[in-house]
Design a protein around this ligand. Structure first.
Ligand code: GLP
Length: 243
């Protein structure tokens, strides 16, 4: 069988705390850690947990560097729905991280291909990701590595699927306002992280959990590629686990 370690939690609060303890330990054991971060609703409880630990117990982010998985393209960083703004709001402004140490793909780049190459190179220069946080889309996407005939190894510009546009339309006035493309770390970028924590909540993500528990790997469900990594912990709630 594959290497994924499963932690099944009773509810979302437990899931967030379980993830929070892993990130807290990482930051304490290696104060200069490079963390890979994700957006979406699922990590919000984890970000609350970390902000709380920083405020109450002085969990120290001053030497932490972060790289986010993805950003819409085109997208101005100060747009209310940009992932840069999401991260500033939900985590960076609430902990003592240096903003110059927080990286999100540049959705406003004039040359997005160059932005992708630079992001990948910067990540390597910083020594790679120690601990990568992931969520999953309903269609099994990771970051914005969407299901398809093939996946792309490194940071790249991608077209979003109709399913993802629909899922993310809830944040915009209408589906027509959702950017059709995004810059995302590739599957190889993600699998280079030394450890991965993947959060899955809600019965509607159960089909992804099921696919991750089989022994096949397919670009039709990008989350199945996590089976190729030696150090993946999936933390899910009972609804996602049991359907
Ligand atoms: C977005 C992000 C993913 C995220 C996914 C699930 O499209 N690009 O990184 O994991 O949606 O989001 P949620 O946690 O809100 O279901």
């Amino acid at each position: 069988m594959h290497n994924i370690q499963w932690i099944v939690c009773e509810d979302y609060e437990q899931l967030s705390a379980a993830a929070g303890h892993i990130f807290e330990r990482q930051i304490i054991e290696k104060p200069g850690s490079v963390l890979g971060l994700a957006t979406g609703d699922t990590p919000l409880g984890l970000y609350d947990f970390l902000a709380d630990r920083c405020r109450r117990e002085g969990l120290d982010f001053s030497r932490i560097t972060t790289f986010n998985l993805d950003e819409y393209y085109p997208m101005q960083p100060d747009h209310p729905q940009s992932y840069r703004r999401f991260m500033n709001e939900h985590l960076f402004s609430r902990v003592n991280i240096q903003s110059a140490h927080t990286f999100v793909p540049n959705g406003a780049a004039a040359d997005p291909q160059a932005a992708c190459r630079n992001y990948e190179a910067l990540l390597d220069r910083m020594g790679g990701i120690d601990l990568q946080l992931l969520g999953v889309g309903h269609n099994g996407h990771i970051g914005f590595n969407e299901p398809g005939d093939r996946l792309v190894a490194f940071t790249h510009v991608t077209d979003l699927t109709q399913r993802t546009l629909q899922a993310n339309a809830r944040f915009f006035n209408s589906i027509d306002e959702v950017p059709r493309r995004a810059i995302t770390m590739g599957m190889g970028t993600i699998l280079k992280a030394r450890a991965i924590v993947c959060l899955i909540a809600g019965a509607d993500k159960h089909p992804v959990v099921e696919a991750m528990q089989t022994d096949w790997i397919s670009p039709a469900c990008p989350a199945t590629f996590l089976k190729l990594h030696a150090n993946v912990t999936v933390i899910c709630d009972r609804k996602a686990y049991e359907g």
